[in-house]
Design a protein around this ligand. Structure first.
Ligand code: AKG
Ligand code: FE2
Length: 283
């Protein structure tokens, strides 16, 4: 494998006078942006990892298993595939929504974390409303911030990638290459490295881990609504090296419009249902 470089993306601080412009430029040129100086500190992220690693290690998760077609709750190991892939990803995860159940031992820390990330995500969408050119804003059914106003669909996915078993088949990976479904994804640092993003030339780059920065990527709904002005970032999670075969946790927040919101040729709800079938999640 060729040596990977880290993605050279300028970290944007909300304190920068030109934060909105720099954020939008980065998303436009790379599908990807990095935020520093945010309000979510490492102790909060660590508290999330501590409480959820306990949850995944226990048996309580089995009674939280999602019912077919329900997007909330616990999804077992190897239950999801990337669009167009037959092999399942080597991960288990829990889907948190504002109005749905969260395991009691994780509830307080998770609700606070979820709300903080949603607040930051709304700010970032506001930046896109401010500085996107008329060729984008003129075609939107409504501003991005309006698309998410009152949305109950912002999904916080708590992911656990267990140590790899001995019988991993060729081609099986922690998370195969995919674009996210939603408008933007906010991702605090993972507990271990492994996340990579693809640039416009097809080269893969390691996303730095442990920086305290929040990585933001454009999803497929933003790509559709912006008529491809903001390209959806393809990314993946590679398997760990043998000598570091341990659990990895991560916490992406997927910002979703209300389901009736028109993107371009589809509503957000129609787009989501179609994709859930393609990734093996719809009932
Ligand atoms: O685990 C990660 O760092 C990223 C996960 C991801 O891309 C996803 O769940 O869509
Ligand atoms: Fe993703």
């Amino acid at each position: 494998m060729s040596t990977m470089s880290e993605f050279e993306v300028l970290a944007v601080s909300p304190k920068d006078p030109d934060a909105a412009e720099r954020f939008a430029k980065s998303l436009r040129e790379t599908g990807f942006a990095v935020i520093k100086d945010h309000d979510i500190d490492m102790s909060e992220i660590q508290a999330m990892y501590d409480s959820w690693s306990g949850y995944f290690a226990g048996d309580g998760k089995l009674s939280d298993a999602t019912q077919a077609g329900d997007p909330a709750g616990y999804f077992g190991y190897k239950s999801e595939n990337a669009k167009g892939r037959a092999q399942k990803d080597l991960k288990e995860f829990y889907h948190v929504y504002q109005e749905r159940h969260v395991p009691p031992e994780c509830d307080a820390v998770t609700r606070k974390f979820h709300a903080s990330l949603i607040g930051l995500g709304e700010t970032l969408l506001g930046w896109l409303d401010q500085v996107s050119p008329p060729e984008v804003t003129g075609k939107l059914s409504m501003p991005f911030t309006k698309m998410v106003e009152g949305s109950q669909d912002h999904l916080l996915r708590v992911l656990h990638y267990p140590p790899l078993p001995d019988d991993v088949e060729p081609g099986e990976v922690r998370a195969a290459a995919h674009g996210d479904i939603n408008l933007i994804t906010l991702l605090v640092t993972g507990s271990e490295p492994g996340l990579q993003a693809q640039d416009v030339n097809g080269a893969w780059h390691d996303i730095p881990c442990g920086t305290g920065y929040i990585n933001v990527n454009a999803g497929d709904m933003l790509e559709q609504a912006s008529r491809k002005y903001y390209p959806s970032t393809v990314h993946r999670v590679i398997n760990p090296p043998k000598q570091k075969n341990q659990s990895r946790y991560s916490l992406p927040l997927f910002m979703h419009p209300r389901p009736e919101v028109q993107l371009a040729h589809q509503t957000a709800g129609e787009f989501l249902q179609q994709r859930l079938k393609e990734i093996g999640q719809a009932g």
